[in-house]
Design a protein around this ligand. Structure first.
Ligand code: UDP
Length: 509
């Protein structure tokens, strides 16, 4: 693609690795493939230690884009300690709005495009002030986005709590949603995070387009509905671009990773189960014990990212993954007695955080017991690795249903882990189901989707063409802005005041 005007794109990610990592990946593509200038506006308050590390390593190791750290928002009096994740994210993003405006206005060469994730949709109004092109980037899948968009309608249609309904919810053109699979904010409509979520459903419509981290072949019907004006497209009214799967490349191995990868090198092909519950997931003490016994009973090799059990909330590590060391950090304190010794040859325990992208890519890894965060799910699919789907929070119950029942790349417990402790025998049996048998239908399906994903990202693939199209629109907007700025310069009384005037001229329009 020939670039006449090199667009400058600002990307705004809300806190949380599931949001930050896909944003960084999108930034990389815009720079490396399209030659754009990209500035990532990074929110570093409310972030976990692991997130700060990823951010810092991205800043120092890749020169592909600029990072601008936004000043921390003053949240005093706005959030209770126990505030739910969606509420917290929405409040942080709202309170950061002023900082975003001020950062954009002080740039010598202001961006002509703003891309926000779904929690940043309130900042779309700033893009309007600055006459920028504006997109919402959905770092999750199209079915989840459809629910979010449709949630204000469900809010009017459904009486009482969603989880108490007997029938699945119809979302036009998409698979129906079981009441127990609703996203976290819909679990209790009498909460502030529910109101915030409905607000997001309205807010996302204000973009000039929606970018989704999925691909056409994976979610055809949801994408068609979002484009069909007789279905969800009638609500959305802006184009939807499936640009995925955007997944993280493995980082250069660190001293701790080298040992783990070395161990994997010695294991037979596709023989190891990788167990991880994402950037923020934790299990109860009872469930942690059952997972340990399930692994032992299965007699499979494993690599398990272990965290101390939670005392109530499955998302308890979301804002604190990898933070400092705690007295109960030693896995022997919460795993069954003798587990570590008995499984020494079969498995590896990794405290808190692992180099997941490198592990899932390793040929010895043959299965993933996962919390079904969307980035993790894509990392599994793009490596052809089948899953034991173990949803914990956020939209993970929807993802698990999509992965296990619609896409058939995984199995899941009979009863949701949030409702009942999953026993060791069931765990061992699910692990065997994805790991054993040749050919194994679930593994075959994961391989099929790996190929489908690769095809979407090829030069003529649909995801690549979709992003090319967006890139062309960005170029056109950059050209418009340049012309406009040029005219402003010509009419400006003093050229030396151009850059400070530029903002106020843009703001007034
Ligand atoms: N991740 C990782 N190591 C870990 C846990 C998570 O590298 O020990 C990465 C994982 O590869 C993925 C992201 O963190 O890219 C988690 O995003 P996801 O959407 O799966 O879920 P989240 O846990 O953020 O809800």
């Amino acid at each position: 693609m020939e670039i006449m005007h090199r667009p400058h794109v600002a990307l705004l990610s809300s806190p949380g690795l599931g949001h930050l990592i896909p944003t960084i990946e999108l930034g990389k593509l815009l720079v490396l493939r399209h030659g754009f200038k990209v500035t990532i506006l990074a929110i570093t308050s409310q972030t976990s230690e692991a997130e700060s590390r990823i951010l810092k390593s991205a800043i120092s190791s890749i020169n592909f884009c600029d990072f601008l750290e936004l000043p921390p928002a003053d949240l005093s009096g706005l959030l209770e300690n126990e505030a739910a994740i969606v509420e917290r994210l929405c409040v942080v993003m709202r309170e950061t709005k002023g900082a975003v405006r001020s950062v954009l206005s002080n740039m010598a060469h202001p961006p002509s495009v703003l891309i926000v994730d779904i929690f940043g949709s309130e900042c779309l109004s700033i893009a309007e002030e600055f006459r920028m092109l504006k997109y919402v980037y959905v770092a999750s899948n199209a079915w989840f986005f459809s629910l979010t968009l449709y949630s204000p309608i469900l809010d009017k249609q459904v009486q009482g709590q969603f989880v108490d309904q007997k029938e699945p919810f119809e979302i036009p053109g998409c698979s129906p949603l079981r009441p127990e699979d609703v996203v976290d904010p819909m679990l209790d409509r009498n909460t502030r995070q529910y109101q915030e979520y409905i607000g997001i459903g309205m807010g996302v419509r204000k973009g000039d387009g929606i970018l989704v981290n999925t691909w056409e072949e994976l979610q055809r019907k949801d994408l068609e509905s979002l484009r069909d004006e007789n279905l969800l497209g009638g609500l959305l009214k802006v184009p939807v671009y499936a640009i995925g799967p955007l997944v993280r490349e493995p980082e250069p191995p660190s001293s701790s990773t080298i040992g783990l990868l070395g161990w994997l090198d010695q294991q037979p092909s596709e023989s190891v189960v990788y167990v991880s519950f994402g950037s923020g997931g934790t299990l109860s003490h009872e469930q942690t014990i059952e997972v340990a016994w399930g692994l032992e009973l299965s007699r499979l090799r494993f690599m398990w990212v272990v965290r101390p059990p939670n005392r109530g909330r499955a998302d308890s590590a979301f804002f604190s993954t990898g933070d400092g060391s705690r007295e109960d950090d030693d896995p022997s304190n919460y795993l069954p007695e003798g587990f570590k010794e008995r499984t020494r040859k079969m498995g590896r325990l990794i405290p808190q955080w692992a180099a997941q992208a490198s592990i899932l890519r390793h040929p010895s890894v043959g299965g993933f017991m996962s919390h079904c965060g969307w980035s993790s799910s894509l990392e599994s699919i793009t490596n052809g690795v089948p899953m034991v789907c173990w949803p914990l929070y956020a939209e993970q119950r929807m993802n698990a249903t999509l992965l296990a029942e619609e896409l058939r790349v995984g199995v899941r417990p009979k009863v949701l882990p949030a409702k009942k402790v999953v026993g060791r025998e069931e765990i061992a049996s699910m692990l065997r189901e994805i790991m054993e048998g040749k050919p194994n239908p679930i593994r075959e399906r994961a391989r099929e989707l790996r190929e489908s994903a690769a095809k979407a990202m090829e030069r003529d693939g649909l995801s690549r063409t979709a992003l090319d199209h967006v890139a062309n629109l960005c170029c056109a907007r950059a050209a418009e802005c340049e012309t406009h700025e040029h005219q402003s310069v010509l009419t400006s009384p003093s050229v030396s005041h151009v850059s400070s005037n530029l903002l106020s001229q843009r703001t007034q329009r």
